[in-house]
Ligand binder design. Structure first.
Ligand SMILES: [Zn+2]
Length: 315
């Protein structure tokens, strides 16, 4: 798909979305179809015969008598929020190129700020966990970057308030057009961190092009080849054409973050990065992103607030 056809692809319009997910019953039915496409399956014993305690929307297995609901054991478990709000949040977070902040989400779907924050972070966590284990292959551009912590009017606070991450783009061999991207938080630009990242996320045999930051040579310990290109103006002096895409994408991400997210808490940086990565890697499939993310959320265990507040995951 060309760049233009990505920008102009049909996606899912709001009226179309509302036609499918506009009522509580429609959302319930959509969840049911995604969780149990062939009908109810007992999560305890795998049996399919059951009876329903309709007053509580409870399903009881006829064999082991285990009682369950459509959402128990999933990200939607014990939610007090109408499913229509969940689906709207999923819609806005997946269909808008730059996503939206918790504050924008609060206004868009009519919930409190706290609820919007929790919704957004739960969905970002789903994106983060879903992306683990996706291996990049072939030609790779790698760069180092920082996010968050910028405090206007208080210069000189240094890297202490910024979270380091690596931006990695898998490109076509010939044209260098971007295919997939990974944005992963690291504890610092150290060889052991790069080796850990590469072993988990890059297929052996990848050719990694970087601007020569010393720690990037550690990808070789994970079976990749490293090509360091140092331009005449120093590491960041001149933007070398070999890093066109990684530089462009990093620029977009930083703009989006300053534009929509006014402050990013450092401990949540991996989640924000996951959100950008998720949308970028699925940019060809705007039309079915609502269904796909909902489907993954159904396979994600419940996430209590206390876990949500502390989670810090390096990928
Ligand atoms: Zn059972």
């Amino acid at each position: 798909m060309s760049r233009d056809s990505i920008q102009f692809q049909k996606g899912l319009s709001l009226p179309e979305f509302l036609e499918h997910y506009g009522s509580e019953q429609q959302c319930y039915d959509a969840l049911f179809k995604l969780r149990w496409p062939d009908g109810f399956v007992c999560p305890n014993c795998g049996n399919t015969t059951h009876c329903r305690i309709t007053s509580r929307k409870v399903y009881q297995c006829n064999r082991c008598h285990h009682q369950t609901t459509l959402t128990s054991g999933t990200l939607f478990a014990s939610t007090k929020l109408p499913l229509t709000k969940w689906f709207l949040a999923i819609y806005f977070l997946t269909q808008r190129k730059t996503g939206l902040s918790a504050l924008q989400l609060k206004r868009a779907i009519g919930v409190s700020y706290n609820t919007a924050w929790k919704l957004k972070h739960k969905l970002m966590q789903v994106m983060l966990e879903h992306q683990k284990g996706e291996m990049l292959t072939g030609r790779i551009e790698m760069d180092d970057a920082y996010i968050g912590g910028e405090r206007p009017g208080k210069p000189g606070r240094g890297a202490r308030h910024k979270a380091p991450f690596i931006a990695v783009v898998e490109t076509e061999e010939e044209t260098h057009r971007p295919q997939r991207m990974q944005l992963r938080a690291v504890k610092g630009f150290r060889s052991c961190e790069i080796e850990r990242y590469a072993s988990a996320n890059l297929s052996p045999g990848c050719r990694v092009v970087s601007d020569g930051l010393v720690c990037f040579t550690a990808v070789e310990k994970a079976g990749c080849r490293h090509v360091g290109i140092v331009s005449a103006g120093g590491r960041k002096g001149v933007e070398h054409p070999s890093f066109k895409w990684v530089n462009t994408l990093l620029g977009n991400i930083k703009n989006a973050i300053t534009g929509t997210l006014h402050s990013v808490s450092l401990k949540h940086v991996p989640r924000y990065l996951a959100e950008f990565e998720y949308r970028f890697n699925r940019r060809y499939r705007l039309g079915d992103m609502v269904e796909r993310l909902t489907s993954v959320a159904l396979r994600t265990p419940p996430m209590p607030y206390r876990l949500l507040r502390m989670a810090e995951i390096y990928g």
